[in-house]
Design a protein around this ligand. Structure first.
Ligand code: CDP
Length: 208
């Protein structure tokens, strides 16, 4: 009943699609933690807050809260009751999200939103297994070579391969503090795997 499956990994490692499909296969909701960081970043941009000003970011989130709806067909993010999900996967948000999410109190704000959700669920992010849900039932960590991740992301952003690759490398570097896999996570290198193989690999290791 309290089952929590964590799926972590760097940008464009396939976490979101994999988590969504694993969750559907075992009949659990899935939760995207990155959407909360993206939503926080959207508010920072909307209210023209300095992304280095931790106190101002927190004040903005208190005054203009965000809410995650873990819908099985795709998580939705509400800001002040308005669905802003479609605005969150842009290069503008990509470019600022690491700066916003590096702040300790921003992370605590997101952790709190995540811990309010009641299990069972499948949750994806960077530090779900290592920090937020250390007692999770099963933990997975997806990796892939940066070049492969860039190739996967090109169709999702309107940009050249080289640009996307540089942006991915920059975000890996900026996110490195929360990118270490939990010691008890199963590592899956997806560089040479299709999504079906990744999903199958995970399902084989889940007690369902
Ligand atoms: O797939 P991609 O990594 O591009 O997007 P995401 O999972 O939505 O994460 C976006 C950003 O949110 C990351 O680059 C991190 O800066 C931050 N993030 C984080 O710090 N911790 C998490 N658990 C999830 C996301």
């Amino acid at each position: 009943p309290g089952t929590i499956i964590t799926i972590d990994g760097p940008s464009a490692s396939g976490k979101s699609s994999v988590a969504q499909r694993v969750a559907a296969a075992i009949g659990l909701p899935y939760v995207s933690s990155g959407l909360l960081y993206r939503g926080a970043t959207y508010q920072v941009q909307r209210y023209r807050v300095n992304p280095e000003d931790e106190a101002a970011i927190l004040a903005t989130l208190e005054a203009h809260p965000i809410q995650l709806l873990p819908r099985p067909e795709g998580n939705r993010l509400l800001a002040e009751g308005q669905d802003i999900t479609e605005q969150l996967h842009t290069r503008e948000v990509d470019a600022m999200v690491s700066a916003v999410s590096k702040h300790k109190r921003v992370r605590q704000y997101v952790y709190q939103r995540l811990r309010e959700l009641s299990p069972p669920f499948v949750v994806e992010g960077r530090d779900m297994g290592s920090t937020v849900f250390p007692d999770a039932t099963r933990k997975f960590y997806l990796t892939a070579r940066p070049e492969v991740r860039a190739l996967r992301r090109v169709p999702e952003r309107n940009a050249e391969y080289e640009t996307v690759l540089q942006e991915i490398l920059r975000r890996d570097q900026a996110d490195r503090a929360q990118l270490a896999p939990a010691p008890d996570a199963v590592l899956v290198d997806t560089s040479e795997m299709g999504i079906d193989d990744v999903v199958r690999t995970i399902l084989e290791r889940i007690p369902y």
